[in-house]
Design a protein around this ligand. Sequence first.
Ligand SMILES: Cc1cc2nc3c(=O)[nH]c(=O)nc-3n(C[C@H](O)[C@H](O)[C@H](O)COP(=O)(O)OP(=O)(O)OC[C@H]3O[C@@H](n4cnc5c(N)ncnc54)[C@H](O)[C@@H]3O)c2cc1C
Length: 388
Amino acid sequence: MINKDIFNNTEVAFAIKSNAELEKAYWLFRMIKNESLVKLGTGVTKFALKNHFPVEGLIKTTVFDHFCGGVNEKDSLPVVDKLFSKGVYGILDYSVEGAETDESFDKTLQKNLELISFARDREEIPYAVFKPTGMGRFGIYEKVTAGDKLTEDEQAEWNRLVDRYDQLAKKAKEFDVPLMIDAEESWMQKAADDLVEQMMEKYNTEKPIVYNTLQLYRTDRLPYLKELHKRAKTKSYKIGMKLVRGAYMEKERERAELMGYPSPICATKELTDKNYDDTQAYMIENIEDMSIYSGTHNEESSYYLTQLIDEYQLQKNDKRVWFGQLYGMSDHITFNLARENYNTSKYIPFGPVKDVMPYLIRRAEENTSIAGQTNRELELLAAERKRR
Ligand SMILES: Cc1cc2nc3c(=O)[nH]c(=O)nc-3n(C[C@H](O)[C@H](O)[C@H](O)COP(=O)(O)OP(=O)(O)OC[C@H]3O[C@@H](n4cnc5c(N)ncnc54)[C@H](O)[C@@H]3O)c2cc1C
């Protein structure tokens, strides 16, 4: 049983950061904490990039370097190696977002196929990941989710999308590299869920290779998992699931209100937290049938998972249980858990600066809007500055 105080060990948390990097991180989080500055900054950045102003260099040396591994996978390898020197695994996430053409989906597909090969020979990279909208248009997922009839062209487009998932899952199985698929907005997610379920059925016959993501700010996700579990048992395949709280809360609530349907999001943060932890408990209770990747910066939930590991007498580094944080955030959780020998990883986004901007903007906004999160980062960085 570990002591929860380990999360306060800033020496371990920031061991790979030089003094200069520590200062920079402190400065960055102080900026991000300022909501009006973030609003202004994101607005100006979007405008500048759209109008080809030379701001990429500035973004690169500030937010980009803090939250991303590099502009391509090779560029990101020093980050992966540095993390692994402290027992932390790295998950390379090609974070180009907002594409809308077949050409760009095929490019993302190729990149992700390459990443599966790249991970095969590297112990330090345990998973490959992709986003549903990296493989197809948001609008087509939306239409399939709504159950609308597709035109002939749309059906062909959907078939191409299905084929992209299949190519990735097939290669993941062949190379024995588990593949995680992110979750996005609820009004496109059912189409992705059904597709990922098909892939699980096809490729998870021996062990979880294909993982879906559950956003536990949604009220319906634990019941969904329980139903999926029944289907998986009947058809004899394993479930792989990444758990997150969910990154699109404001958007979800706004749309529900605008369109007059009940919000799919838990009414309070406490209910989201309970939902998250109940789902962790359900998964550990049924660990013979599934694998869990707990993607969170929440200390309580991370600690609770260590307690569940104890309670069910699993090894700390049981291959079916993983912890994950985003690169650039919550090092106090990642590095302290890794030191205790838990399977711990960072999602490391990479890609050309301009293309990862939506991701970076989400991180900046999330850190301003989540009460306590930035304060906690700042408090820990300040403690480490003082200690040094
Ligand atoms: C490795 C990793 C992978 C990720 N992949 C995805 C992904 O595929 N899809 C995705 O959507 N997100 C993803 N995220 C982001 C994630 O969903 C959260 O936005 C982020 O991690 C913050 O939640 P938390 O559990 O870390 O922390 P916390 O600070 O404890 O929780 C903040 C979260 O709680 C929820 N919340 C906040 N206020 C309320 C409220 N009033 N009522 C109800 N709920 C509330 C929101 O989801 C908010 O983001 C990922 C995160 C990690 C670490």
